[in-house]
Design a protein around this ligand. Structure first.
Ligand SMILES: NC(=O)c1ccc[n+]([C@@H]2O[C@H](COP(=O)([O-])OP(=O)(O)OC[C@H]3O[C@@H](n4cnc5c(N)ncnc54)[C@H](O)[C@@H]3O)[C@@H](O)[C@H]2O)c1
Length: 338
């Protein structure tokens, strides 16, 4: 049984507390939050859990094996670093940190202290996303050309970070999971409609080698909830509509390709052929992503494995966020990704 401490019991913390307690391999023993009201809430739900306003109390409790950091983004670095220094395995909610410099340091010290560092990139534990990854790995779509990600709804609106740092970690983590290549550059634009210096609508375009392009629309102020991804390959195309309750993934037997003309045109001319075939809707058994994520972290601790969303993976996502932010704040300049 892995004994767990939880730092941050606001909006998201209760979801993690639930899965930690439901698992037969982990037990929530300690919770820290700055707000007494949060601690009263968790005490009411889980009376055995010890509570404190000072997260250092969790770190000095030798019975705690692992800590979940579920506090606002800008606090992740300091709290995660303190956890690692106290030799606690640490799960940090997305994004890992608020700069690549911070994320790199966390990766470095976790390695030095031999601590498991995992980032809460939840979508990598989503059954539909794993199904799509397997299809891409088999080459079922042909050559990947472009990807569109949309994450739009009316709120919830954050005050600590802009819509980029709030929502893009989900899409960037999936992008890097799907496209096993190095991104080379990013262009981003956005506007602050509701809060000063906090973009609530952002558009991003990221280029990869091999002519792959990916586009993102992120918004906190849209009329309906849209969470979808389109992936276009040279043979087939996929739509993942995460708002649907079932039949979230559709595979379209459609493509557009340049072919060498055989009749009616002179030698050497080319034509573009549009092919429109059927649609295949696979049956995907949905497992709860949060439980899958928790199980993965616990099994990495128990079996000394490296998490798939480890610190290095978290750093790659932070690098994309940082480069997008740079472009956003420099009049949509093209920013190279190192
Ligand atoms: N994976 C997901 O789908 C998902 C969804 C929502 C939020 N999140 C992530 O979870 C994290 C928290 O988001 P939230 O929406 O719960 O925020 P929130 O503001 O609702 O809650 C954060 C809590 O942390 C507490 N806190 C802040 N500093 C603290 C400290 N030093 N010590 C102890 N407690 C402290 C606050 O009092 C608050 O109760 C963020 O990183 C966010 O990106 C992930």
């Amino acid at each position: 049984m892995v004994k767990v401490g939880l730092i941050g019991y606001g909006y998201w913390g209760p979801n993690l507390a639930r899965v930690i307690n439901e698992s037969s391999h982990s037990e929530l023993v300690y919770c820290a939050d700055l707000l007494d009201k949060s601690l009263e809430d968790i005490k009411r739900k889980y009376p055995k859990v010890k509570t404190t306003n000072n997260y250092q109390d969790i770190l000095s409790d030798s019975s705690v094996d692992a800590v979940f950091v579920v506090t606002p983004t800008r606090t992740h670095f300091k709290i995660a670093k303190d956890c690692i220094m106290a030799k606690k395995h640490v799960f940090v909610e997305k994004p890992l940190a608020y700069s690549s410099h911070e994320a790199r340091e966390l990766v470095k010290i976790a390695k030095k202290k031999n601590i498991k560092l995992m980032v809460g990139h939840l979508f990598l534990f989503n059954s539909s996303v794993i199904y799509i990854k397997n299809l891409l790995q088999k080459g079922a779509l042909g050559k990947i050309r472009h990807l569109h990600f949309q994450r739009r709804s009316l709120g919830p609106i954050r005050k600590d970070v802009n819509v980029l740092w709030d929502l893009a970690p989900h899409d960037f983590s999936m992008l890097l999971y799907f496209i096993n290549e190095k991104p080379i550059s990013v262009v981003a634009s956005g506007e602050c409609y509701l809060q000063k210096d906090t973009e609530d609508v952002v558009n991003i375009s990221i280029k990869f080698e091999n002519n792959i392009i990916s586009n993102f629309i992120l918004s906190w102020i849209d009329p309906i909830k849209i969470r979808d991804i389109t992936i276009v390959g040279s043979k087939k195309m996929i739509l993942f509509d995460d708002v649907q309750i079932s039949e979230k993934v559709k595979i379209f037997d459609k493509n557009a390709n340049v072919i060498k003309a055989t009749r009616g045109v002179s030698f050497g001319e080319f034509q573009i052929a549009l092919n429109s075939g059927g649609i295949y809707i696979p049956r995907i058994v949905n497992k709860e992503p949060l439980k899958e994520e928790l199980n993965h972290f616990i099994s990495c601790i128990k079996e000394n494995k490296n998490p798939i969303t480890d610190g290095k993976n978290g750093l790659e996502v932070v690098k994309l966020l940082e480069a997008s932010q740079k472009s956003l704040r420099s009049n949509s300049r093209v920013v190279e990704i190192n």
